[in-house]
Design a binder for this molecule. Structure first.
Ligand code: SAM
Length: 231
């Protein structure tokens, strides 16, 4: 499994806990992506880099048959506990082909906050296109390029690999920052058609529990989320 990008051991445990309640994941990215998914009842969905299974559990509860793939055994254990047998979960390195999946075997793919961790992104996109049926959809979220620019400085157009410390935990995540042009350009080059683009703001519920985070995330975007179609 990819040592540098997948969230192993303490980092996996930290993310599993964080994703549960954090203003970023629970109140901003996930609600926006689930809204982009719409009615998923009766569909078969691939959850790419499923982490602690938050999407897999929610999409299954909404009537989808979900296959989650994840490169960290630590996070896969968290996901297994969360989905409780209601989704199929596989340990899989996203740098390798999706050999387990037939062509055109999924109606939808969810890839939330994973793309920026992947090295061979064009190969992954080719595989996602292959396993999606014609007319199928791809939802992808990533760190907003301007958030990375604010945080790391330097050139907005940088493609540096960076380590982002997670609060005062002593842990950090490793990913590649990229301008909007690269993110969208790669998706379009891979043959997907853009249907919607949103810059998610936190849902109202966050205001009651963390007004400062609510205000901050309403002032400056943290994420970018897109819905694309496989022609
Ligand atoms: C920010 S987390 C997002 C998890 C989940 N999609 C969510 O939104 O809750 C990024 C995930 O990508 C996974 N990941 C990163 N690189 C990977 C790789 N090469 N193969 C498989 N999983 C990988 C990490 O282990 C982690 O679970």
């Amino acid at each position: 499994m990819h040592k540098a990008t997948a969230y192993h051991d303490a980092l996996g445990d930290h993310f599993a806990q964080h994703a549960d309640t954090s203003p970023y994941n629970a109140y901003t990215d996930r609600p926006a992506m689930l809204e982009l998914a719409g009615d998923v009842s009766g569909t078969r969905i691939l959850d790419v880099g499923c982490g602690a299974g938050h999407y897999a559990a929610e999409l299954s509860a909404r009537g989808a048959r979900v296959v989650g793939i994840e490169g960290s055994a630590t996070l896969l254990r968290h996901a297994q506990a969360r989905v409780n047998g209601h989704a199929e979960l596989l340990l899989h390195d996203l740098e390798t082909p999706l050999d387990f999946a037939d062509d055109a075997s999924f109606d939808g793919v969810v890839c939330a906050l994973v793309y920026e961790h992947v090295r061979d992104r064009m190969r992954l996109l080719g595989e996602l296109r292959r396993v999606l049926r014609p007319g199928g959809w791809l939802l992808m979220s990533t760190t907003h390029p301007t958030a990375d620019w604010r945080h790391f400085g330097g050139s907005y157009f940088s493609h540096d690999w960076r380590d982002l410390p997670l609060g005062d935990s002593g842990l950090s995540i490793h990913y590649q920052r990229m301008p909007l042009e690269t993110f969208l350009g790669e998706l379009l080059t891979a043959g997907f058609v853009l249907e919607r683009l949103v810059e998610p703001r936190p849902v109202a519920g966050l205001r009651e529990i963390d007004e400062a985070a609510y205000d901050k995330l309403h002032r400056a975007p943290s994420f970018l989320a897109v819905r694309l179609r496989r022609p």
